[in-house]
Ligand binder design. Structure first.
Ligand code: GRF
Length: 203
């Protein structure tokens, strides 16, 4: 059976597709119960609908308060009976209200090696800083910006002739791998959070 997940996405949806592929390949014991987006035109919604997954655009502009918008997200997540919320290119910061009222843990994928380069354009920040190793981070979401406990990280080399696009593409391959691995560890009940440390049981 496995876990039921909600995926929140704002755009392209390649991480969503990677999660869907991992489920189909038997690499994640679970299913995506609902996909939610703040953008009507998000490709992620299309990917979900094509796969027969319930997918909804929830328009933040239709709500007076951020909490009302987030309450609608939480309602849909609870109705879908989810055990994990995955942010996959969801471009809004979730408020303490959402985090405090979420019925289950929230995970995010960030395209940099946290705690370096949080926020927008992690790959560009890494390139501009001149690091030699870049990568991605899967972490639990807390009330801060990209500051929750780290579940796993994958690295890639930075080449002298890299552009933001070439580095982003190299990192994205690792993102797709890392997110599925982290979700499967969660689905297997192998993640144990001890303060800032996430220990992987059975390793
Ligand atoms: C990814 O780089 C992810 O790390 C970041 O936003 C991007 C989303 O890409 N949070 P996609 O929509 O999953 O293709």
């Amino acid at each position: 059976m496995g876990i039921r997940m909600a995926v929140l996405a704002s755009g392209r949806g390649s991480n969503l597709l990677a999660i869907m592929d991992s489920i189909a390949a038997g690499k994640i014991d679970g299913e995506i119960a609902v996909v939610l987006s703040d953008k009507a035109e998000a490709k992620a919604l299309e990917h979900a609908k094509n796969a027969g997954i319930p997918a909804y655009h929830v328009n933040p502009k239709a709500y007076e308060q951020k909490a009302d918008y987030e309450a609608e997200l939480l309602k849909l997540i609870k109705e879908a009976d989810c055990q994990l919320i995955c942010l996959a290119g969801y471009m809004r910061i979730l408020s303490p209200y959402f985090i405090g009222n979420a019925p289950c843990p929230v995970m995010n994928i960030h395209p940099a090696l946290l705690p370096s380069f949080p926020g927008l354009h992690g790959q560009r920040q890494a390139l501009e800083y001149g690091v030699k190793v870049a990568g991605c981070t899967v972490h639990f979401v807390d009330e801060g910006m990209d500051s929750g406990a780290i579940i796993l990280q994958k690295t890639v080399p930075v080449m002298d002739d890299d552009t933001e696009d070439t580095l982003s593409a190299r990192i994205l391959v690792q993102e797709h791998q890392a997110y599925s691995e982290a979700i499967q560890l969660f689905a297997q009940g192998r993640l144990e959070v001890c303060g800032r440390m996430v220990k992987v049981k059975g390793e």
